[in-house]
Design a protein around this ligand. Structure first.
Ligand code: ADP
Ligand code: ADP
Length: 232
């Protein structure tokens, strides 16, 4: 699995400094939770790692490889957004396997076969409780179900690095608790590097093997949860 290193990363919007990170290391195979108040630069950091945003200066390394100038599709990362952006005219199943089919068509040698794709999709649907919803369209799903489809679509590619931006925001309390457990289990199964952004301290403490606490565009603290927060 790939670790992530940011060095000297700075990002401004106009004259407003959104991110200023001299050094940050995300250990390979960790479940890292980035926590901090709204507007502290969490999403900006995630988007820079994914390649959807360009930093004004600094480097991004994935698994020791400098990807600062690499396009998103060549970074081996998957990003799940708050709004999950499903294709409205495609069924749940097509939404999940679309990128795999596309990759298979583009590159017949390294792409997966039809059989491999359908096995993977079945696995991921079972894992996220989507098996009975496979033929539905996004508009026929609840917000929480859509969020699970967005997650399934990212996971099915087995990305070495999985980036999650407030992925549980639209779930009610009970579903959120279940989804947290599902994500932790998934991380154990895949053994990949997960970075999850949240403003919820409980979420950070209950899920992360590694925490990054941000404030005002800077990393205030980093380390295992038991070191970062002092418990009574
Ligand atoms: P968080 O994810 O922690 O809520 P963001 O990374 O979204 O924080 O934002 C960090 C700061 O950068 C905030 O002050 C926000 O208003 C600003 N910002 C983010 N995106 C843009 C943008 N596209 N244009 C201008 N300012 C932005
Ligand atoms: P691939 O071709 O392997 O599917 P992409 O280049 O499409 O990879 O994108 C990698 C990740 O970034 C995907 O999760 C995709 O949804 C997201 N992404 C790519 N381009 C954009 C964009 N312009 N806006 C938002 N998300 C994007």
């Amino acid at each position: 699995p790939d670790g992530i290193t940011l060095t000297g990363v700075e990002k401004r919007y106009g004259s407003h400094p959104a991110l200023d990170v001299p050094h940050l290391g995300v250990p390979a195979g960790s479940f890292t939770v980035v926590v901090g108040p709204s507007g502290c630069g969490k999403s900006t950091g995630l988007r820079i790692i994914a390649g959807l945003e360009t930093a004004d200066r600094g480097r991004v390394l994935l698994g020791g490889v400098d990807v600062t100038d690499a396009p998103p599709g060549e970074r081996g990362v998957a990003l799940v957004f708050q709004d999950f952006a499903l294709y409205p005219h495609m069924t749940v199943e097509r939404n999940i396997d679309f990128n795999l089919r596309l990759a298979a068509r583009h590159d017949r040698r390294s792409g997966l076969s039809r059989a491999e794709i359908s096995t993977r999709v079945a696995e991921v649907c079972a894992m996220l409780g989507l098996t009975d919803l496979r033929r539905r369209l996004p508009r026929q799903l609840s917000g929480g179900e859509r969020q699970r489809v967005g997650l399934a679509r990212a996971i099915v590619r087995r990305p070495a690095v999985l980036l999650l931006d407030e992925p549980l925001s639209s779930l009610d309390a009970l579903l959120r608790q279940r989804a947290r457990a599902e994500l932790v289990r998934l991380h154990r199964e895949l053994g990949n590097t997960v970075v999850l952004v949240t403003h919820d301290q409980l979420e950070a403490l209950s899920m992360g093997t590694n925490l990054v606490v941000m404030n005002g565009g800077r990393v205030a603290q980093t380390g295992p949860p038991e070191q970062v927060y002092h418990r009574p």
